[in-house]
Design a protein around this ligand. Structure first.
Ligand code: FES
Length: 107
């Protein structure tokens, strides 16, 4: 079972930008729009404590962390450029009634 948790209006996620969102437990996510699809990853870079929504930029299908120029594939979370070698967690999304919702394990 999963439960859908609304994060923000889908219209607030723009191509080329990164929107921060928060899970009910305070965990921060980064939302992206690529080719009109919305994706979510953890907001915190796996190399350090950088917030990708604050200190990252989108380049094609990748996000680059400005702290040390590491990169991740936004769709898969795969680390694409050193010094990042650990993948970024990705989160399953659905758009429901114009809201970006994340699918979390439910009871
Ligand atoms: S903290 Fe992101 S590349 Fe170092």
């Amino acid at each position: 079972m999963t439960r859908l948790v609304p994060l923000c209006p889908a219209d607030d996620v723009w191509e080329g930008a990164i929107r921060q969102a928060e899970l009910p437990d305070g965990h921060k996510l980064a939302l992206y729009r690529i080719d009109d699809e919305v994706y979510a990853t953890d907001d915190t870079c796996t190399h350090g404590a950088a917030s990708l929504s604050e200190d990252g930029c989108v380049d094609g299908g990748q996000v680059e962390c400005s702290w040390h120029n590491g990169r991740f594939d936004i769709r898969t979370g795969t680390a694409c450029a050193m010094p990042c070698d650990a993948p970024l967690k990705t989160w399953p999304l659905q758009i429901v009634d114009g809201q970006v919702c994340v699918a979390l394990p439910g009871e």
